[in-house]
Write a protein that binds this ligand. Structure first.
Ligand code: MLT
Length: 279
């Protein structure tokens, strides 16, 4: 992986291929490797950038992040700094997954001019319920004692389709390994940040870039019904349900996700170039 010096961390990232920049933002408590199949497939037609967010994978936390938490805005600002650091000036296709989607909504809010098209996968716009928030804080307070292995055990079955869990040990093992690699302080920082995240449903009618919404047919975390509501609220958004997948669509059904991304990135590039020529 490459690294870039940002104001609060040294961000590790994959940067592969040439063409329209596509930024892939992973979920919690995962890292860039959840996108391995997409990096491989998309980098034939685009410049694919897949970072590890602060406290995940190979990107270190800043001092105090674990206790303070990292807000979704902060993660989004890190991404904008990364784009500056690696000299990406043209608008990107932004792809967010789950927590990466929460970060993407904040990127839309604060750095919207840098986006040419948006893909939101298995994510939400609503803030947490009190119960969900309490669960996150409990994990943040205890994860140093529990260790990341216990978190992997707790989350494992909710992250994938029941059939994946039973029949595809390779996928389950890869997801589990990612969670186990995430340091407890990184888990605590993200949980505190997600617990404090605002409801962003009000921005959906104001998303003006071409948007595609993807969700696994058996996603137990961000349901197809909730994702359909998000797509319905964004003008002109496309909505696709990925078969044979739970939450982890990029790993459970990479062929379907790759096909959707390749078509969408191609169309969004043409659309954007046409607009740029027209004005
Ligand atoms: C994720 O996959 O990023 C998480 O499930 C998001 C969350 O905990 O809300």
């Amino acid at each position: 992986m490459k690294t870039a010096k940002l104001s609060r961390t040294q961000m590790a990232y994959v940067d592969q291929g040439e063409g329209v920049p596509v930024l892939l933002v992973h979920g919690f408590p995962l890292d860039h490797s959840m996108w391995d199949a997409q990096v491989k497939a998309l980098s034939a037609q685009a410049r694919v950038i897949a970072p590890d967010l602060r406290g995940c994978g190979q990107t270190p936390l800043a001092p105090g992040d674990g206790e303070r938490g990292i807000s979704m805005e902060d993660y989004a600002n890190d991404l904008a700094e990364l784009l500056d650091a690696i000299d990406v000036r043209e608008p990107i296709v932004l792809v967010g997954f789950s927590m990466g989607g929460y970060v993407a909504w904040q990127f839309v809010r604060q750095h919207g001019h840098r986006i040419r098209a948006l893909v939101q996968c298995d994510t939400r716009t609503k803030a947490d319920t009190e119960e969900a928030r309490a669960g996150r804080i409990k994990m943040a307070e205890n994860v140093a004692d529990w260790g990341s292995g216990r978190v992997a055990e707790m989350l494992g079955p909710t992250l994938v389709h029941p059939a994946t869990f039973e029949e595809r040990p390779d996928v389950v093992k890869a997801v589990r390994a990612m969670v186990e690699r995430t340091p407890p302080a990184g888990i605590a920082a993200a949980q505190r940040g997600m617990a404090a995240r605002p409801d962003v449903t009000d921005i959906l009618p104001h998303v003006t870039v071409p948007t595609m919404v993807l969700v696994g047919e058996a996603d137990a975390i961000s349901s197809p019904a909730e994702m359909q509501e998000i797509a319905d609220a964004i003008p002109g958004a496309e909505y696709f349900v990925i078969p044979s997948a739970g939450h982890m669509i990029s790993m459970e059904n990479p062929d379907a996700v790759n096909a959707a991304l390749i078509r969408f990135v191609g169309a969004a590039t043409t659309h954007y170039d046409r607009l740029a020529t027209d004005t």
